[in-house]
Design a protein around this ligand. Structure first.
Ligand code: AP5
Length: 214
């Protein structure tokens, strides 16, 4: 099975959900740029203070910052045999930087989850996360006890970038900046479009089928 994967898709498209499951199946790390950046913000690090405003507004954080933390994370020991990248690259500059940094050991497959805008708004409105990043949905995947993480008992909350107008901006940026990345990987013949509508089990099964047949 392929071990160097990129998962792309609109905000709230289920990238984190599917990347997490694939990571469990393949035994490779799930590297989420959004999660790494949110950890920096939560720790109030120098980097976190620089990116907080961009993230809250739904804008991309500067390329050099996100490229540096991503490639550094990918160079760690546990990622030597593979990785599942979630949310990177998000524009052509990042795609080219990744290509240059990996020198021939780039992604073997890029899965793009296709989800209509209407579904994106519903999913993000219902999403709740715990401070350690475990993800729930009030309607589709609720925790056993309302407001409490099943796994670590931490309180659940809504992300700061979940308001309707910020989600509109994140979607617009996805269409404008990330669509060219899909063309970039299409030209490399490693892009796979997966229908992202359906239960997480159904979407995961579709993604797995693509990987098993590639
Ligand atoms: P990031 O955290 O990557 O946000 P995003 O791309 O907008 O995606 P989300 O995390 O909102 O959604 P997801 O696709 O992972 O869906 P999830 O699985 O949670 O980035 C946040 C910010 O960081 C960016 O706006 C930017 O500022 C910055 N950033 C990050 N990467 C960057 C980069 N490379 N360059 C520059 N800036 C960057 O699912 C969503 C909800 O739906 C959950 O509640 C889940 O339970 C539910 N759900 C999942 N799958 C299904 C399903 N099949 N059916 C029903 N519900 C489902």
């Amino acid at each position: 099975m392929l071990r160097r994967l990129v998962i792309l898709g609109p905000p709230g498209g289920g990238k984190g959900t599917i990347a997490d499951r694939l990571a469990g199946r393949l035994g490779e790390p799930h590297i989420s740029t959004g999660d790494m950046l949110r950890t920096e913000v939560a720790n109030a690090s120098a980097l976190g203070r620089r990116v907080h405003e961009h993230m809250n507004a739904g804008r991309l954080v500067p390329d050099e910052l996100v490229t540096e933390i991503t490639t550094r994370r990918m160079s760690e020991q546990d990622a030597a045999g593979g990785w599942i990248l979630d949310g990177f690259p998000r524009n052509l500059t990042q795609a080219r930087a990744l290509h240059d940094a990996l020198e021939g050991a780039g992604p073997e497959a890029v899965i793009v989850l296709e989800v209509p805008d209407k579904e994106v708004f519903i999913r993000i409105a219902g999403r709740r996360t715990c401070p350690r990043g475990h993800v729930y949905n009030l309607t589709r995947n609720p925790p056993k006890t309302p407001g409490v993480c099943d796994i670590d008992g931490e309180p659940l909350s809504q992300r700061e970038d979940a308001s309707h107008h910020v989600v509109e901006d994140r979607l617009a940026i996805y269409k404008q900046r990330t669509t060219p990345v899909l063309d970039f990987y299409y030209d490399e013949a490693i892009l796979h479009r997966v229908d992202g509508v359906g239960s997480p089990d159904e979407v995961y099964a579709r993604a797995l089928k693509v990987l098993e047949s590639t």
